[in-house]
Design a protein around this ligand. Structure first.
Ligand code: GRF
Length: 221
């Protein structure tokens, strides 16, 4: 870990928070030079909030149901986030469509993880859609967030095989195991200053990445 001060991060979640846990574990193991200043969930009572509290991180619920519009919620959310002065906002299973203003405000300093090989299967039910299409490979992408849903430039992609006997749940577990590898990797690179967004492209060590991002392939099943 570098001697520079750790990168201040705010993590947004809506559910289980297993990706959040991977970041907490990486940080605790001394492998991730970050400080998670707060975890914010738009859904009350989710497991991810408990994980945050257990790790001694401030856990905040901001229920979107209490707001009259998407704009009103996003603006309140941005206010809460900015109170922590984060250098990076990490969307970890945050199941909300973002307003363009919100995306713009954090442009180049907000990452998301999406369970498909983007640009394939933006939106929901990605595992079933990969199965229905008969794909032989599937995976997960960490990308910078832009105003386009699941459309910002890819930083890292992990590719996994699709097996004949797979259903959406077995495929999802194989993909999730890789999520927990590549999200900490991307956050580490960002914290170390080697990963950036520039001219709507993800740039690693000064070199623009291909559309798929940095690819990690695994045959682990
Ligand atoms: C993950 O599958 C992620 O790819 C998607 O939402 C899920 C979040 O899982 N965006 P968890 O809450 O991190 O366990």
């Amino acid at each position: 870990m570098s001697s520079a001060s750790p990168l201040r991060v705010v993590v947004l979640i809506s559910g289980s928070g297993s990706n959040l846990q991977a970041l907490i574990d990486g940080q605790k193991a001394g492998e991730l030079p970050i400080e998670i200043a707060a975890v914010i969930s738009n859904r009350p009572g989710v497991k991810g909030l408990e994980r945050a509290t257990d790790a001694g991180i401030e856990a905040i619920t901001l229920d979107h149901k209490g707001f009259a519009s998407r704009e009103a919620f996003d603006s309140a959310l941005a206010q809460r986030i900015d109170g922590f002065e984060p250098q990076l906002v990490v969307l970890a299973g945050f199941m909300r469509i973002l307003t363009p203003d919100f995306a713009q405000h954090y442009l180049g300093r907000m990452l998301n993880i999406h369970p498909s090989l983007l640009p394939k299967y933006q939106g929901l039910n990605t595992h079933q859609r990969a199965l229905d299409a008969g794909d032989s490979e599937h995976g997960v992408t960490v990308h910078f967030v832009t105003a386009e849903l699941d459309g910002g430039p890819a930083a890292i992609q992990a590719v996994v095989p699709v097996l004949k006997e797979d259903d959406a749940s077995t495929l999802a577990s194989r993909v999730q195991a890789q999520e927990h590898v590549i999200y900490p990797m991307a956050v580490k690179w960002f914290a170390e200053g080697t990963l950036r967004m520039h001219n709507n492209a993800a740039v690693l060590k000064g070199e623009p990445l291909p559309a798929s991002g940095y690819q990690v392939r695994t045959n682990n099943v």
